[in-house]
Write a protein that binds this ligand. Structure first.
Ligand code: G6Q
Length: 541
């Protein structure tokens, strides 16, 4: 049965009609404790979801929907290693990577826990040696720079986290090259010295065109300076495809593996995290894993109505399916989380950007929203206009630390004030008579006040969540990422889709390979893109 025909869904449709007449301002007025009643703490994190058009009944009904589709059962199946990725027949076990105490978990007759521990200790050993300078380049000097070559899941996580945790970065400088656009690797290499540069080729499949092409360019750059023999000393690989890594010329002792039950966009906890370990060290990476593990335990154990990722998910369902909101904004008031929206974009949109159910039927309702965002306060001076007065309503997640790392706290006070002011303004809005009164008070004529008031009116009643944490430390970042992972999981279960494949990504990979010979001038252009290919060829110099 399709979830939208269930009695739980239909009850929510009716509930929404009843609730629609209540504004959030009224909901706050009728419950003085609303902010605390609709907030949950986990470790140093406070999740405040009070500024949504919900009541306790809404949460009851949404939690009932999650029950009806057996979120709890599917959650148990994910954690115990059942092949819930049914199109690829794979288990989904990124959670096992951060469970540092567990000793047994069988997948296909193999206990994966000793494998995880052994590989993590190899990663830590190598990272430690690069950091201390006991592993050196071909000319005997220590590495000052590490270039991670990878794309998508083999890039976004470590790139985001390296920036987020830069106050903990006490190792070599880490650079990330992902784009096939030659500008990316060229501009990166231009700043580097081959003698002190280590390359990490990060690719689960070790076949991705972008990564393989960038890796071969890096190899040629290194060989031109230091000769063929230097490759073994200056390259390491992070992959599940050991045979392809060996073909590239990377030694087994420089190859760090993970497994097909780790999805690309869930792989930061695996060997794909190596660049981050090199940046911040093993102790900090352990704290990062432990933060995620804490979120896992919370997700497994807390009742739905006190469960942060479940609440994030069901409120998202409320917005997407019952209000029809198409987007979800992620606005970190945290400059070092600048890549967090892009990271979540992949996590969420690649996981839940699906239109067929697990059984292959088209779903008859909306699934994953568009995820986007930028750090505040920059966004305020750009696109927040649309959030306040645009014709569409876009729910927002605000993220902010109570403390920065900087000594001059004036900046941080202003940052926090802006963050809270935005969620308040989005909710409160400003009516036309208030706008008119303000104009009159500022000396406008009556005619001008009337004329301008509609432009200075804000509809308000626009929803947001606020994530307030003590400080952006490794533990906190691990926790935040895992909470979002589980949010995406719960939504996928409610929508009845497979959140763990990515056929759209595969399609892109195939299509580009088909057109390449004609673009490169080695074949005649044919098909839909023929005219564009010919035009591009005519413009090539
Ligand atoms: C992630 C996706 C995708 C993948 C990249 C890179 O979940 O599968 O983003 O990570 O396409 O793939 P490789 O790691 O195999 O190079």
């Amino acid at each position: 049965m399709s979830v939208d025909t269930s009695s739980e869904w239909q009850a929510l449709v009716r509930h929404k009609e009843m609730l629609a007449s209540n504004s959030m301002v009224e909901l706050f007025a009728s419950d003085k404790e609303r902010a605390t009643n609709f907030s949950i703490s986990l470790s140093d994190l406070l999740f405040d979801y009070s500024k949504n058009c919900i009541t306790a009944d809404t949460i009851d009904l949404l939690a009932g929907l999650a029950d009806a589709v057996d979120v709890a059962g599917q959650r148990a199946r994910m954690f115990d290693g059942t092949a819930i990725n049914t199109t690829e027949m794979r288990a989904v076990l990124h959670t096992a990577l951060r469970d540092r105490k567990r000793k047994n978990l069988m997948v296909d007759g193999v206990n994966i826990m000793p494998q995880i521990e052994a590989e993590r200790s190899r990663v830590y050993g190598f990272a430690g040696a690069v950091r201390s300078g006991s592993i050196v380049g071909a000319t005997g000097v220590a590495f000052t720079d590490v270039v991670n070559i990878g794309i998508g899941g083999s890039d976004l996580g470590p790139a985001m986290a390296t920036l987020a945790l830069s106050p903990f970065g006490d190792g070599p400088s880490i650079h990330y090259v992902s784009n096939i656009d030659g500008a990316h690797i060229t501009d990166t290499l231009a700043r580097l010295d081959p003698r002190t540069t280590l390359f990490l080729v990060a690719s689960k499949t070790f076949t991705t065109t972008e990564t393989m092409t960038n890796a071969s360019t890096a190899r040629a750059w290194l060989v031109a300076a230091l000769g063929d023999g230097a490759v073994a000393d200056h390259f390491a690989a992070l992959s599940t495809n050991q045979a392809a890594v060996a073909n590239f010329g990377i030694k087994p002792e420089r190859t760090f593996v993970f497994w097909d039950w780790v999805g690309g966009r869930y792989s930061i906890w695996s060997a794909i995290g190596l660049p981050l370990v090199i940046a911040i060290g093993a102790k900090n990476f352990d704290a990062f894993l432990d933060g995620a593990f804490l979120a896992d335990q919370h997700f497994r154990d807390a009742p739905f109505k006190e469960n942060i990722p479940v609440l994030m998910a069901i409120i998202g369902i409320w917005h997407r399916n019952f209000f029809g909101f198409t987007c979800h904004g992620v606005m970190p008031y945290d400059q070092r989380l600048a890549r967090f929206p892009a990271y979540l974009q992949q996590l969420d949109m690649e996981s839940n950007g699906k239109g067929v159910s697990l059984s292959g039927e088209p779903v008859g309702y909306s699934t994953g929203p568009v995820i986007w965002g930028e750090p505040g306060t920059n966004g305020q001076h750009a696109f927040f206009q649309l959030l306040h007065q645009g014709s569409d309503i876009i729910p927002v997640d605000f993220l902010v630390a109570a403390n920065g790392f900087e000594t001059d706290v004036r900046h941080h006070d202003i940052l926090i004030a802006n963050c809270f002011a935005q969620s308040e303004a989005l909710m409160m809005g400003r009516g036309v008579s208030e706008a008119e009164a303000l104009l009159l008070a500022s000396g406008a004529s009556e005619a001008d006040a009337k004329r301008l008031a509609p432009h200075k009116t804000f509809p308000g009643n626009r929803p947001s969540n606020t994530f307030l944490y003590e400080k952006l430390e490794p533990h906190t970042l691990g926790m935040l990422i895992a909470l979002y992972e589980h949010k995406v999981f719960v939504q996928g279960v409610i929508w009845g889709i497979n959140s763990f494949d990515q056929m759209g990504v595969e399609l892109g990979k195939e299509q580009a390979n088909t057109l390449l010979p004609a673009v490169a001038g080695n074949a005649d252009a044919e098909g839909i893109s023929a005219s564009l290919i010919n035009a591009a060829r005519a413009k090539r110099k």
